[in-house]
Design a protein around this ligand. Structure first.
Ligand SMILES: Cc1cc2nc3c(=O)[nH]c(=O)nc-3n(C[C@H](O)[C@H](O)[C@H](O)COP(=O)(O)OP(=O)(O)OC[C@H]3O[C@@H](n4cnc5c(N)ncnc54)[C@H](O)[C@@H]3O)c2cc1C
Length: 353
C-alpha cells in the first residue's frame, strides 16, 4: 500500500481513457444507484463527521445514504484482510483508495434487534497538490460522497500468529485493520512500529519504557532521505540516546486513543499488541535493532506464520523492503530489498502493502 506517487494506479472513473494500470479492478460501467456498498458501482454515503487529527489529517465518517447495512462481503473482509474502498472525485471523475479504520465501538442495535449499519471511518491525509485528498478536506459535513468496495489488498494467512507491522503515517490504518482481525484469534502477538514526521499525528502516544530512542543525525532527516532528497542516512552510525518522553502530555490524539483501546481489547483476550511511536521531528527513528529484538522474541511453543508487514509512503516501503513493481497492469511485491533484505529474518515472511 504505497500511498503516494502511484501514478500507474490512478483510476479514471468514466470515459474511454481508463488507463491500463487500474483497469483490472473495474469491469462494469459505474452508476450511483446501488444501495449497498459493492466493488463495481459507486454507492452514495453521507459525510456525517470530520474529526481533525492534525493540521493535515482528518478522520472522515461516512454513513450509507439509504441506511442500508453493510453487505456480508464487508463483514468477511474485516475478519482476515487488509482492505480498502475507493472514493470518487466527481468533477474530475477520478478515484483513490482509502483504508477503513476498525469500528471504535461495537455497533448499537436497532429497535428490531438488528445492528445499526456500520459507519465507514477513514483517516485521510491532505496531500499538497493532491486532487482527491484536497477535494475531500474541503467538503463540508453532510455532503454526499460516492464510494465503492471492498477491495481486498491482502489476505492474512489463516494460521497467522505473529506480526511485526512497520507503519509510516496513514499506513497506521491497515495496521489497525490487522490488529482488529488478530484480536479475534487467540494467542497472537503483534508489534506495531509507527513512524510519523510530526508529533501532532500521534499526540500522547507513548512507547514501552526504554523502547524509543532519539537519534541525533548529523545529516539530513529520515523522511528527507526516504523521499530521495538526501543520501542514504547511516542511522547506526548516528549518536543514540534515550528519548525523553513527557508523561504529562495534554491528552491523547484520536488515533492514539483507538490504538490504546485495541491494546486493551487484545489484553482481555490474552493476546499481545504493542505500539512503538517514532517521530521524525523528535529524532526518534525505527532502527533495525528494534526489529531484530522482535523477530527473536516470539509466541513460545505456538506454531503459525510470522509476517512482517510494511505500509506507508512509497519511500518508506522502499527503504524497508524494496520497491513494489508493476507488471501486467498490477502492482506486485517485487523482490525483497531495503533494510529487511539484508537482515536474517529467521523464518519471517515480508509483505509490502
Ligand atoms: C490501497 C491503498 C490504500 C490507501 N489508504 C489511504 C488511507 O487510508 N489514507 C490516506 O490518506 N491515503 C491512503 N492512500 C493514498 C490515497 O489513495 C491517495 O493516493 C492520496 O490520498 C493522494 O491522492 P490525491 O488525489 O489527493 O493526490 P494526487 O493528485 O494523486 O497527488 C499525490 C501527490 O503527488 C503529487 N503529484 C501529483 N502528480 C504528480 C506527478 N505527475 N509527479 C510527481 N508528483 C505528483 C501531488 O502534488 C501530491 O503531493 C491509499 C492508497 C492505496 C493504494
Amino acid at each position: 500500500m504505497s500511498f503516494l506517487f502511484r501514478r500507474p494506479g490512478t483510476l479514471i472513473v468514466l470515459g474511454t481513457s481508463a488507463l491500463g494500470g487500474a483497469a483490472y479492478r473495474f469491469v462494469k460501467p459505474t452508476s450511483s444507484s446501488d444501495a449497498s456498498l459493492n466493488p463495481q458501482t459507486f454507492t452514495p454515503y453521507t459525510l456525517v463527521e470530520k474529526q481533525p487529527v492534525s493540521s493535515t489529517s482528518t478522520i472522515f465518517t461516512l454513513r450509507n445514504c439509504n441506511g442500508t447495512a453493510e453487505p456480508e462481503s464487508v463483514r468477511e473482509v474485516w475478519k482476515r484482510s487488509v482492505w480498502s474502498i475507493q472514493i470518487k472525485q466527481p468533477q474530475l471523475q477520478i478515484a483513490r483508495a482509502y483504508t477503513p479504520l476498525p469500528p471504535s465501538s461495537p455497533s448499537p442495535k436497532r429497535a428490531d434487534g438488528e445492528p445499526e449499519p456500520e459507519n465507514i471511518r477513514l483517516l485521510i491525509r491532505q496531500e499538497k497538490g493532491g486532487e482527491v485528498s484536497t477535494y475531500l478536506h474541503r467538503l463540508p459535513e453532510q455532503s454526499t460522497i460516492e464510494i465503492r468496495g471492498p477491495n481486498v489488498e491482502s489476505e492474512l494467512p489463516h494460521d497467522i500468529k505473529e506480526v511485526v507491522f512497520l507503519a509510516g503515517g496513514t499506513g497506521i490504518a491497515p495496521a489497525m485493520q490487522v490488529a482488529q482481525a488478530l484480536s479475534r484469534r487467540t494467542g497472537s502477538r503483534m508489534d506495531i512500529l509507527w513512524a510519523n514526521r510530526r508529533r501532532e499525528e500521534c499526540v500522547g502516544g507513548v512507547s514501552e519504557a526504554g523502547e524509543t530512542q532519539q537519534i541525533e543525525q548529523t545529516r539530513l532527516g529520515w523522511w528527507k532521505s526516504l523521499f530521495g532528497m538526501g543520501n542514504q542516512v547511516t542511522q547506526e552510525a548516528s549518536v543514540v540516546r534515550t528519548a525523553v518522553t513527557d508523561p504529562t502530555t495534554q491528552g491523547r490524539g484520536i488515533i492514539v486513543q483507538e490504538l490504546d483501546a485495541l491494546k486493551e481489547r487484545c489484553n482481555v483476550q490474552n493476546q499481545v499488541l504493542s505500539v512503538q511511536y517514532y517521530v521524525d521531528e523528535e529524532n526518534t527513528f525505527i532502527r533495525p535493532t528494534d526489529l531484530v529484538k522482535r523477530l527473536g522474541s516470539g509466541v513460545q511453543g505456538k506454531k503459525g506464520s510470522k509476517v512482517i508487514l510494511v505500509s506507508g509512503p512509497e519511500g518508506f516501503i522502499e527503504h524497508w523492503a524494496g520497491k513494489k513493481v508493476w507488471a501486467g497492469g498490477r502492482e506486485g511485491q517485487g523482490p525483497l530489498g531495503g533494510v529487511l533484505g539484508q537482515m536474517d529474518l529467521k523464518g519471517w515472511s515480508v509483505l509490502k502493502l
